[in-house]
Design a protein around this ligand. Structure first.
Ligand SMILES: [Zn+2]
Length: 85
């Protein structure tokens, strides 16, 4: 299985999202992305529930070509729905 590494887009107490480099919002009949297509976001569960920087490894949700994805939660990842303390 192919492996890729991505930076997480958002993290919440329950979910982590990332923008998938392989999946697009619309495709032509021949399977290529259309000109206006944008990369879509996949959601994964945040089983640890933590908002600290870390990396999780999951099977991708890509319909076409599943692969192992390392999702890196970094300083750039947006923290959402976390109460500040
Ligand atoms: Zn995908």
């Amino acid at each position: 299985m192919e492996k890729i590494e991505v930076e997480a887009y958002t993290i919440s107490p329950y979910q982590i999202s990332y923008i998938c480099p392989n999946c697009f919002s619309s495709y032509k009949k021949n399977g290529e992305p259309t000109k206006r297509a944008t990369n879509i976001v996949h959601l994964h569960g945040n089983s640890e529930g933590t908002k600290e920087n870390h990396t999780i490894i999951r099977s991708s949700h890509c319909s076409s070509n599943p692969y192992e994805v390392r999702i890196c939660i970094t300083d750039k990842t947006r923290r959402i729905k976390y109460k500040s303390y």
